[in-house]
Ligand binder design. Structure first.
Ligand code: GAP
Length: 445
């Protein structure tokens, strides 16, 4: 994990937030390559959810919703973790995770095990961030930052049903920021207080719920495999009844073998009719499906939910590689080409050679219309290759003396390091073909 964090910082993927003010624990800002990586992952998710199917529509609901939403959803009452304070070291711990925590005074011990530890009794701590709506802080102005995007979908169920004229089974997909005042954030982006969720609520006839629940576990697992995550690093773990959330009739975690061990990457839940029934009760607006023949029922909901942060840590861990080439060590991020922040680099061999520079710029101008490409003439060619390897660029096109003589360029493959020449006029088509090809990581599964 340390190596990944340091690479992310060195290459401008992710920075600790508010650093010039001393930082704000476990909050991060995304730099240029982090934003590109995140956007690509989001785009692949949207493709799989919306563009490759006919039965899911998109939504972008507000972050601050009517406070009653969170009463109906059960978050006001139940979205809390048990917390204990240590009066000696002033640290706070999750009472149910003391086994995994370190004493503030003696890190080799668990909280409560060291003679100076003085823990309070556990008390419930609600994870929702509170805010105030309007200029006056008064009763009735209290609101919450959403802790999940799902509720924005449920309260729009009727709009979508009527306006998009959908009938179950159909889904509503949404990507957006969620906020949780986590007691113990940490492990880089894995557990943060502000994160971007990608959630899809799939509304189905009640009798079909179990079948769709299994279907979505498979679909989501396949999506990770499609984007090159190694099969041996993924597993599905079904929750026991004691572990399930209040709304759940069945939950399975797709887990990834992170550097911290097996942990939840994405959750797939069968939420039953809990949410639509509760919002019907609290809002008095009937949220149900009425068919053309008058049949009516409250659909059940299957929900795949994940954060971009968890996916980013997983794909970084999966892509990170070190190898010795010749005498040199290189660090490389072996991203799937369709999620790599930069698809190809355009490199004039000699930055002072006007012919090479202008040819490279022309190629760059042509390719940038369609692809995320980067022009780089800064430093020795070996250093430029290493830089591109570290940001995970799958291909580099180098313009050299021979290009000026015969209009060919070399293409260098990030993974195999193979180089071959091709006509400069064929580069655009070749890049398109390469992006369409199946890709498998050379890292052992
Ligand atoms: N709507 C259901 C829901 O929010 P969840 O299991 O609490 O369920 C869904 O969260 C996903 O959101 C998780 O599988 C994980 O990918 C991500 N997630 C949850 N809390 C997170 C946090 N503090 N930091 C980063 N990602 C988080």
């Amino acid at each position: 994990m340390d190596k990944i964090v340091s690479l992310c910082r060195r290459r401008g993927f992710v920075f600790p937030s508010s650093e010039i003010y001393g930082g704000l624990g476990s909050t991060y800002d995304y730099g240029h390559y982090g934003v590109l990586l995140k956007n690509n992952i989001k785009a692949r998710w949207f493709e799989a959810m919306i563009f490759e199917r006919d039965d899911i529509v998109a939504l972008d609901s507000a972050v601050i919703l009517h406070p009653r939403v969170w009463e109906a959803s059960g978050h006001v009452e139940g979205f809390s973790d048990p917390l204990v304070d240590c009066r000696t070291c002033k640290l706070r711990f999750r009472a149910d995770k003391l086994e995994d925590s370190q004493c503030g005074r003696k890190p080799s011990k668990r909280p409560g095990e060291f003679k100076e530890c003085d823990l309070t009794e556990p008390r419930q701590f609600n994870l929702m961030f509170e805010t105030t709506v309007g200029p006056v802080q008064e009763a009735g102005s209290k609101a919450f930052l959403r802790p999940e995007t799902a509720q924005g979908i449920f309260i729009n169920f009727k709009n979508v049903l009527q306006i998009a004229r959908r009938r179950p089974p159909f889904g509503i997909a949404q990507v957006g920021k969620s906020f949780r005042n986590e007691i113990t954030p940490g492990n880089f982006l894995f557990r943060v207080r502000e994160f971007e969720q990608m959630e899809m609520e799939f509304f189905v006839p009640p009798a079909e719920a179990e079948q769709w629940y299994r279907y979505w576990i498979e679909q989501r697992l396949d999506w990770y495999l499609r984007y090159g995550v190694r099969r041996s690093r993924l597993r599905v773990r079904e929750h026991g009844s004691e572990e399930r959330s209040h709304y759940s009739r069945g939950t399975s975690d797709i887990e990834y073998l992170y550097p911290i061990g097996w942990s939840e990457l994405e959750g797939v839940a069968n939420r039953g009719d809990f949410d639509l029934k509760r919002h019907t009760e609290f809002s008095t607006t009937k949220l149900e499906y009425v068919g053309p023949d008058g049949e009516r029922y409250v659909p059940h909901v299957i929900e795949p939910a994940v954060s971009l942060e968890r996916i980013i840590v997983a794909v970084l861990a999966d892509a990170y590689d070190e190898e010795v080439v010749g005498e040199r060590e290189r660090t490389v991020l072996r991203f799937h080409p369709q999620i790599a922040p930069v698809t190809a680099a355009i490199l004039p061999l000699i930055a002072k050679d006007e012919g090479m520079v202008s040819t490279a710029r022309r190629l760059y101008e042509e390719l940038r219309k369609r692809h995320a490409v980067e022009y780089d003439d800064n430093g020795a060619i070996g250093r430029r290759y290493r830089r591109q390897d570290e940001i995970g660029t799958p291909w580099a096109f180098t313009i050299d003396e021979q290009t000026l003589a015969d209009d060919t360029v070399t293409i260098r493959d990030r993974d195999s390091l193979a180089q071959e020449r091709l006509p400069i006029g064929g580069v655009r088509e070749r890049l398109g073909e390469l992006l369409e090809q199946d890709w498998q990581t050379p890292k052992p599964d």
